[in-house]
Write a protein that binds this ligand. Structure first.
Ligand code: BGC
Length: 755
């Protein structure tokens, strides 16, 4: 009855662009270098420090900086993070290469999450494009700029699946779906690492956070994670497997504990699965201080046992816990850690350094001319603008309020975010210059045949906000409401830009309420009283609960935090110079009580209302079960009709299934447009219950008005199976449904059987 196949067997860590001969050479070089190293020098390679002082200034004499400097000279530092810019990177590299005994170059890490200085949209926004070519290109641009600034390793892609919009880090990921998440992981790894890791414009990628971080209880950052093997294998792992298959060179573990064991000290995750089953031969870096945090978790009692546990579990590099450098040498001498464990970790780290070409030229990323030429170039800005337009999702457009007319209109532009040049840069933009994004106000002024009047209405936050400071939201000051209401009264159309400021999502930015922050909801309702022709443009890093707006506001545009070119992208969409085609990568809940809410849920024993008067079925008594906007939802200025789903069973055996599905899509509106055609399946009866829908294919097509295209999909042994509770990959015979459409909640269907 079962066809069995394990896609994991096919997962093999490969080095892009590295031939077997090159790999053999690298292995030889690694071994010979390793044989020259003292135990302390080996441990040094496993030690990563944060950037520490004005690197080009005088040598520090005492304190933590002096110690780090001394360690660099002794060859006790393998990597640094947050050192950036050619001048600074050169300075640290010079100490490592020219002053330490063996001169081993540093690998320089940085959080290049959505661009380096020229910011592209936050990753959740880019995911809404469903456009793998564009996402790959965006990572290429990020690598191009970062590598020109001396960086050769990014702590990205972040590929944690999450079903919880309360968790601020959903802005960094690809949303809720493992299939889409896996494709995006692959595109990003390819984008950062390119075809040739040793080229000076490519950098090593890092798949993070391994694993389960997106399932932090109650959406509270760093919180406990307790999930079963089915969720782990079928939902959490797919993007990580895909990253490994694509040759990602590093992994980062996560802050959370998983089923009672902190990920950093989790042998099953790191040694058995990643380095064992998946044959990953790059290295694993801890998250910031996560080795030490195992003491707080109540898992290890002191620094020495934390280091012992982490290294034995497979964490190769210590980011800022200082525990490897303090303890590993003595742990080896005491026999608590075998030297071959250290050797394995060091081999992995050196391997990646060789692959990057750092031993051939440690300063290869340190070219002043290239730095000047590449960072912030016109071409990079054009690329991020293109990505920003592709990331926008049209959530609602009643009465065809959008696109706006280009002439003779009086337009009121309201909202602090409409005139904000900082927020669109989003969270994780350490190298970007503050206030450098194009605002909506600036961009809309270019459509100068309309009259445009701006009124702030209200501040979103009070005072300065930043990466490490808590954001203080304005919940009281409504003194500027009146001006906005007056402007709205005398306008044809009101564009309101509302939502979250850039630092309201991201790490440690969990929220328990997901409405428009502060007084913005009230502002929206007050303006609505005087003018109902409102276009609501959302700026945000996560799904928001905008149930009132959905009920009353005719047009809603999801514009996330779109990066440096944000304003231009939004203006072009509002005026119809770009027809939006983005689709949500994450469900929008109606209220926080619905969370976790996701399209690929299980059916339960009581899924549907048997009779309006009967209470005993799986539901809420005060809210619908459905989300406000479903996964995959997104409108266009044209419309598409789906017809004729045809299933062709080329091979219906569950041992080697091959099912072809075709569907016809017609542009039934009057402008050209792009559509993301989505294919879902349901395995109706299985030995472990399956979700009501699972995404298994998608394709972007462009259609002129009246044009019809046929899209073909194929389902096979990679897409028709699932992992059971023992981690076995199964493809079971029986009945399947197949759904095709422009959203997970708007599909037409057919079915087939596997024998
Ligand atoms: C984050 C990581 C990040 C690291 C280095 C941590 O707090 O969880 O995602 O890469 O810091 O900045």
């Amino acid at each position: 009855m079962f066809g069995c196949n394990t896609p994991d067997n096919n997962v093999k860590s490969s080095i892009l662009g590295t031939s077997p001969l090159m790999s053999q050479n690298i292995e030889k070089k690694v071994d010979s270098l390793l044989s020259l190293m003292t135990l302390e020098e080996k441990v040094g390679q496993m030690n990563q420090y944060n950037g520490f002082w004005d690197l080009t200034g005088p040598t520090p004499k005492d304190g933590a900086a002096a110690k780090k400097y001394e360690h660099l000279r002794k060859g006790w530092v393998g990597s640094m993070l947050n050192v950036r810019g050619v001048k600074n990177v050169r300075a640290v590299q010079k100490i490592a290469v020219e002053e330490s005994r063996l001169g081993i170059p540093l690998i320089i890490g940085f959080d290049v999450i959505h661009g380096y200085k020229t910011m592209s949209p936050i990753p959740l926004a880019e995911s809404a494009s469903w456009d793998m070519e564009a996402i790959q290109k965006s990572s290429e641009i990020a690598a191009l700029e970062a590598s020109a600034a001396g960086i050769n390793w990014t702590f990205a892609p972040m590929i944690d699946i999450s079903r919880d919009a309360r968790w601020g880090r959903v802005m960094e990921g690809a949303g809720e779906d493992p299939f889409l998440g896996a494709k995006i992981a692959e595109a990003r790894v390819k984008g950062f690492q390119g075809e040739d890791l040793s080229a000076s414009h490519t950098i090593a990628a890092c798949a993070k956070h391994f694993a389960g971080y997106g399932f932090s209880e109650a959406g509270k950052d760093y919180n406990t994670v307790d999930i079963g093997t089915s969720t782990l294998n079928n939902i959490v792992f797919p993007p990580f497997r895909a990253a490994t298959k694509s040759g990602v060179r590093t992994f980062m573990n996560s802050f959370n504990e998983l089923n009672g064991i902190p990920a950093t000290g989790n042998k099953m995750l790191q040694r058995d699965i990643l380095k064992g089953d998946w044959q990953f031969n790059g290295f694993i870096v801890s998250d910031w201080g996560s080795i030490k945090e195992m003491i707080n978790h109540g898992y290890t009692k002191d620094g020495s046992s934390a280091a012992e546990t982490a290294v034995n579990a497979g964490s190769d590099m210590d980011m800022e816990s200082y525990l490897y450098i303090k303890n590993l040498s003595s742990l080896v001498k005491e026999g608590k850690v075998e030297e071959q464990v250290i050797d394995d970790a060091v081999r992995r780290i050196l391997r990646v350094k060789y692959e990057l070409g750092l031993f051939d030229d440690p300063y290869k990323y340190c070219n002043y001319d290239r730095e000047k030429e590449v960072i912030g170039s016109k071409a990079n800005h054009e690329a991020v603008l293109d990505m920003a337009k592709k990331s926008i999702v049209l959530l609602k457009n009643n009465r065809k309020l959008l696109p706006l007319k280009k002439e003779g209109q009086k337009i009121a532009l309201i909202g602090a975010l409409a005139n904000d040049k900082n927020s669109p840069l989003g969270s994780w933009r350490i190298a970007a210059d503050d206030n450098t994004a194009v605002s909506v106000f600036e961009a809309m002024q270019q459509y100068d045949k309309n009259s445009l009047v701006y009124a702030k209405g209200a501040d979103v936050s009070l005072g300065e906000t930043g990466f490490v400071t808590e954001t203080k939201i304005n919940t009281t000051d409504k003194s500027e409401f009146k001006e906005a209401i007056d402007v709205a009264k005398s306008s044809d159309v009101v564009v309101m830009v509302l939502g979250e400021i850039g630092f309201q999502s991201g790490e440690a930015r969990s929220r328990t309420e997901l409405g428009l922050p502060g007084v913005q909801q009230e502002l929206l309702e007050e303006v609505y009283k005087v003018n109902q022709n409102i276009v609501l443009v959302l700026n945000n890093g996560r799904p928001l609960t905008i149930t009132w707006a959905d009920k009353h506001i005719p047009a809603i545009v999801e514009a996330w935090h779109l990066g440096s070119q944000s304003g231009h992208a939004i203006a072009q969409v509002l005026y119809g110079d770009y027809n939006p085609s983005g689709k949500l990568p994450m469900s929008f809940p109606r209220n926080v009580g619905q969370i976790p809410i996701y399209y690929n849920y299980k059916n339960t024993g009581r899924p549907v209302e048997p009779n309006p008067d009967i209470v005993f079925w799986s539901h809420y008594s005060d809210q619908k079960n459905t989300p406000l906007y479903a996964f995959g939802h997104g409108l266009s200025y044209t419309s598409f009709t789906y017809e004729n789903v045809i299933v062709n069973k080329v091979n219906s055996s569950s041992y080697s299934p091959e099912i072809k599905v075709s569907v016809e899509i017609t542009n039934s509106g009057d402008v050209a447009g792009k559509e993301v055609v989505q294919l879902y399946i349901r395995d109706l009866f299985a030995s472990v219950t399956r979700p009501v829908k699972e995404l298994k294919g998608f394709e972007i097509i462009s259609l002129k008005p009246g044009e019809t295209k046929t899209v073909n999909f194929e389902l096979n042994s990679e897409t028709l199976g699932f992992y059971d509770n023992n981690g076995e990959w199964l493809i079971e015979s029986g009945e399947f449904e197949v759904f095709v459409g422009g959203s997970s909640d708007n599909t037409i269907k057919s079915n087939f059987d596997l024998e």
